[in-house]
Write a protein that binds this ligand. Structure first.
Ligand SMILES: *[C@@H]1O[C@H](CO)[C@@H](O)[C@H](O)[C@H]1NC(C)=O
Ligand SMILES: *[C@@H]1O[C@H](CO)[C@@H](O)[C@H](O)[C@H]1NC(C)=O
Ligand SMILES: *[C@@H]1O[C@H](CO)[C@@H](O)[C@H](O)[C@H]1NC(C)=O
Ligand SMILES: *[C@@H]1O[C@H](CO)[C@@H](O)[C@H](O)[C@H]1NC(C)=O
Ligand SMILES: *[C@@H]1O[C@H](CO)[C@@H](O)[C@H](O)[C@H]1NC(C)=O
Length: 583
């Protein structure tokens, strides 16, 4: 197969490719057996609350597994992304097509052949590939999977009556010949994500004198706070946005249209989703699914919207991986993606996280902006050893290749007023990914000027710090199953709002023949470093939650002037942000 030379159109890469490829980190030898290799020895198997095992699956039980094939040219991919997304680069915005990305990263012929032969020898024949050739999604009986992946033993886990998944509580290994050809195999250990949207009822909150009156966040409130006028809606037929659902839940078109009837009166908008990718089942609507679509389409009003709904029809399938495969299998994607999914960084294998990062880079070099919710547990907390705690970062929020969105509340809950940190707003420092260049100045400034930081043993000051931005995350109105519900909260509310705002900015850029914004972070940090302070409302008050121990007493980081690890740069002031990003 002919593959184009790498990066031909742009000549030499601006950065020497010095950093070690991630691949050498991704495995440890399985000591028990010299011919075997364990790709994910550090992946935890945690049975989430509500799930229980009902014993081993029958040998014939069909499973679907995802094989992440070893890619080529990670180093060039990273350098290319840095070049395409640096505002001052002459190559800014010169994005690649999916086939160009494939030409860059697709596995070698040797890898394709080795993996193909290995699967065939084990009788695995039902496989689907993606356009970039670096994933195989295969279906096989449990007995075959257990022979292919020594150590794996598939058990069925159920959650109530509705959900069931077949996973292996014991680690799998691969024959050592596969070590140079595979990064990991998905569908064995990670449970489907759990319900995330919070319902924070008024009664559960502190009762103050003003707490008897409730306003609640609606599209009109958001549009007023972020200075969006009636004219700030999409106009380009080419602009697009999406949200991704990984919970086994669906949005209902009827909820969206009722929501828009109730709350969409003050601005032109669409009331239907243009495309649903994946499985859109029946049954009850999910709160989170309703929230995402309703607020993405209220901020990014009149913009064509897709929903990726990968509920994982096959047991054992990881819906998040299924979404990544879709990204690599569609030559045309929405420009902006809002995703509310996350897991504790320390529960995930390095091989998995590094590979997911590469998938984000593949999307970013195509000009796609990906925004993740920062999580709803503040700085988080984990026990390091008996009696000793540390904060607990969340992934993909901690990925250097996504834009992470935190949460705020109104200072006066009943007024469209200044914002303070929402105490649930996820934020902190990665223990896995080093701090990327684009944020070093901002984060160092935070670390050196903040009067009272948590003890240094609680966080890793050299890691990627998040969130990057924030928006209101408290007391949203959502229509779900035809019923308007108040008090819906969490960073899964703020993320689609920020995503919709960037989709609007992309829309203006497309109207003027400018490329979409793509990977946002280098641009955002540079904007702020250069003093375009008005583009964001700086959130300077309030702390988020963390470990409830005597050392930190439940308090993680606190918001302060400029960037901070609770609200990032703050919340968007649309007209100023637009002005700054139209250059
Ligand atoms: C990728 O797309 C092709 C063509 O549309 C399809 O045949 C294939 O099944 C898809 N792969 C996956 C993993 O869904
Ligand atoms: C945006 O909103 C803020 C606060 O609501 C206001 O002070 C400001 O004048 C508005 N307009 C612009 C262009 O920033
Ligand atoms: C909505 O977007 C379409 C293009 O997708 C455009 O033709 C139309 O004028 C827009 N509506 C408003 C009210 O701007
Ligand atoms: C939309 O995209 C198509 C194909 O990329 C391009 O030919 C067309 O000019 C674009 N239209 C607008 C209004 O940007
Ligand atoms: C701190 O983060 C770096 C990556 O930035 C990592 O290499 C190191 O292992 C982390 N340290 C701890 C104690 O987790």
């Amino acid at each position: 197969m002919g593959r184009r030379g790498l990066g031909d159109p742009w000549g030499p890469f601006p950065h020497a490719c010095l950093f070690v490829t991630l691949l050498s980190l991704s495995g440890a030898f399985c000591l028990a057996h010299p011919r075997l290799w364990a790709p994910e020895p550090d992946q935890l198997f945690r049975v989430p609350e509500g799930w229980r095992s009902v014993g081993r699956v029958p040998a014939s039980h069909p499973l679907s597994l995802t094989f992440a094939l070893r890619q080529r040219n990670h180093c060039q991919l990273a350098a290319l992304l840095s070049d395409l997304s640096s505002p001052h680069s002459p190559h800014y915005g010169r994005y690649l097509s999916l086939s160009e990305v494939g030409a860059l990263v697709a596995p070698s012929l040797e890898t394709l052949e080795a993996v193909g032969t290995w699967l065939e020898e084990h009788g695995v024949s039902e496989c689907q590939s993606v356009a970039t050739m670096d994933f195989l999604h295969c279906t096989m009986p449990a007995s075959t999977a257990e022979r292919l992946l020594p150590g794996a033993e598939f058990h069925r886990f159920v959650n109530g009556e509705q959900r069931s998944v077949a996973l292996s509580p014991s680690p799998y290994s691969l024959s050592k010949e596969m070590k140079q050809h595979l990064d990991f195999v998905g569908g064995l250990h990670r449970f489907p994500p759990e319900k995330r949207a919070l319902i924070r009822s008024w009664a559960a909150k502190e009762r103050g004198p003003s707490s008897t009156f409730h306003l609640g966040v609606t599209p009109a409130v958001l549009r007023k706070r972020y200075n969006l006028t009636e004219a700030d809606v999409g106009r380009s037929p080419n602009s697009s946005q999406a949200c991704a659902q990984f919970l086994e839940q669906y949005f209902h078109p009827a909820d969206l249209s009722e929501f828009m009837q109730l709350f969409g009166g003050s601005f032109p908008h669409l009331s239907h989703v243009d495309q649903v990718v994946g499985h859109q089942g029946g049954g009850k609507a999910g709160l989170e699914a309703s929230l995402d679509v309703e607020y993405l389409m209220s901020a990014g009003a009149n913009i064509s919207t897709w929903v990726f709904s990968n509920a994982g029809r096959h047991e054992g399938q990881e819906p998040f991986l299924a979404w990544l495969l879709e990204l690599s299998n569609r030559s045309s994607l929405p420009w902006v993606h809002s995703v509310s999914y996350g897991d504790d960084e320390d529960s995930l294998s390095a091989a998995y996280m590094q590979r997911v990062n590469v998938e984000f880079q593949k999307a970013a070099v195509r000009g796609v902006s990906i925004l993740f919710a920062s999580g709803d547990s503040g700085a988080g907390c984990r026990t390091v050893q008996k009696g000793k705690h540390a904060f607990r970062p969340s992934f993909p929020a901690s990925s250097p290749y996504v834009t992470t969105v935190g949460g705020t509340s109104f200072q006066h809950p009943f007024l469209v007023s200044a914002e303070v940190s929402d105490y649930i707003s996820g934020g902190g420092f990665s223990n896995v990914f080093p701090m990327p260049d684009y944020q070093t100045a901002a984060v160092k400034r935070f670390l050196s000027t903040t009067p009272k930081l948590p003890p240094s043993s609680y966080f890793n000051a050299s890691g990627r710090a998040y969130p990057d931005l924030a928006a209101l995350s408290d007391n949203y109105w959502v229509v779900s199953n035809r019923i308007p519900l108040p008090w819906v909260s969490g960073t899964s509310a703020s993320t689609p709002v920020v995503a919709g705002i960037f989709a609007l900015i992309n829309d203006r850029r497309l109207q003027q023949g400018l490329p979409p914004l793509g990977f946002l972070n280098p641009l955002l940090y540079q904007l702020q470093d250069q003093g375009h302070g008005a583009a964001f409302f700086d959130v300077t008050r309030g702390c988020h939650l963390s470990c409830l121990d005597a050392t930190v007493e439940g308090q993680g980081f606190c918001a302060g002037p400029s960037w901070d690890p609770v609200t990032g740069w703050g919340t968007p002031n649309f007209p100023e942000l637009l002005r700054a990003l139209m250059k």
